[in-house]
Design a protein. Sequence first.
Length: 133
Amino acid sequence: AATDASRLAMWELKTRNGAEQVKAIIRNRTAPDTSWGQLVSNYETAKARLDEYQSVERNLEMGTPENAAHEAKIDELADAHFDAALALLSTPAPDAKAYAYKMQAYHDAEAFQWTRNHEVTEGLVSDAKRLMH
């Protein structure tokens, strides 16, 4: 589904002559506050923390304070992972290697299922167009 969405987004850019508009938006963006390396580090740290916490099996009874604390911790870690993934995916990739990493993060974070995934996909298409020239 993500590949189809990317193909559709590319078709939209080509047929509606949107490439120049996308280039103008990219040119007008201010420099991000965080370096690409820091964004990658933040994403990997958040992902590792969530994965590590989820890897421990807990047999907690529903409705207990322990289970409520566990669910709150999962929510906290998942929110941090989402925020880090969104920051990474919303930032233009500086080069082809970074773009490949970004595409893998898009897949791993299942960003294609996000409510506003079209915005992330548009950024991926913009990156691809910019890096092809």
